[in-house]
Ligand binder design. Sequence first.
Ligand code: UD1
Length: 422
Amino acid sequence: MDKLIILGGRPLNGTIRLSGSKNATLPILMASLLTEEPIRLSNVPRLGDVRTALALLATLGVAHRWLGDHELELCAEQIVSHDAPYHLVKTMRASFVVLGPLLARVRKARVATPGGCAIGARPVNLHVAGIRALGARVQLRHGYFEAHADRLTGTRIWLDTPSVGATENILMAAVLARGRTVIENAAREPEVCDLAGMLVAMGAQIRGAGSHVIVIDGVERLHGTQHRIITDRIEAASMMVAAAITGGSLLIRDTPAEHLEAVIAKLREAGVSVAPEDGGMRVAAPRPLQPVELRTLPYPGFPTDLQAQMMALLAKAEGTSVINETVFENRFMHAPELCRMGADIVIKGPTAIVRGVARLSGAPVMATDLRASMGLVLAGLAAEGETHISRVYHLDRGYEALERKLAGAGAEIERVKDGSAE
Ligand code: UD1
């Protein structure tokens, strides 16, 4: 297994180019199941999770070929299996969103239950309730949801929580259903809008994506299309923190600032300067960082996927910050690792109290999930001395060319085989 070694204390300076959004790409790849015609995608990030999604789609009969570094063609001419196996669903929970498109296209699906993960229980009850409401018979047998339907029928579905995955699953089931489906309390994330935009380009009739109520009028069939994936807002904001935490100055090209309002507001409150420049955003922290209070929320609130990175930043602020995690119940696994680097963080239930310290010091650390790993990378960039981050595969799942991008801005960062540099 690889690990990263970072020699901290180098201010990052230069320009960062962002990749396509991981969380937009994954459901969009699954949407290829909805038509027998080719789909052509651009700005597709080359990530571990994208490889997992393509492996899953291949087992279902979806052929793909890369046409360029970030351009991909998919074709689901014939669905040869309706079975999403456990080893792929447990590796990547987003695999569960094949349930809706498979049911819509071939009227049956057998999808492994994902189980819990490092950041919480993460149930799929809302996905399943929505699919049932559309008329599918769903049974849990031997760890798999087995679903059948003649043709799904539109209905009103109220989501208890605006779940991103449940909204996407139900949306993809509803586009080929008979009649009208209304998803109330739908997720409003930009990635849901990107999926809806692509489905509309395939011939679907969808209104209201990006609002709390999405209205879908089912159509008989969908056709092929071309689509460009939106820029990754989580990568963009992670890079903003990289500039701020190292006391550098980065120009982040094509920053999707309209998707980052809550984040930019919090960064500014912490004393970070974020200003439009040259088709991107210039980010720097000219003054000492100030403490802030923040709570994670569904979009357009502060994203849970940036909580670990923000905690790393606030660990160096002048004063005490309070972070309230309201989306996932167990998403503070990075806090004890940050404490090993000299941070002063106390966790009380869903709240983290972060007392800023003057300096962090490099240490061997490991993370249990993708965004937590990024929090540790950021802390390592700012720390004195060497930080060794193991389990780099988490980062490879969701950050494209991370070392290359950071090294290009002056970071001292190297990937080695675990065990070889201890
Ligand atoms: C997606 C993102 C993930 C992000 C999360 C929240 C992808 C591939 N992943 O995950 O990076 O952290 O949104 O922004 O897009 N819930 C239920 N029942 C369900 C489904 C969800 O109770 O059936 C709960 C979850 O436990 C969690 C909350 O709803 O507390 C939000 O989860 P959800 O929006 O579904 O996250 P994902 O789609 O899994």
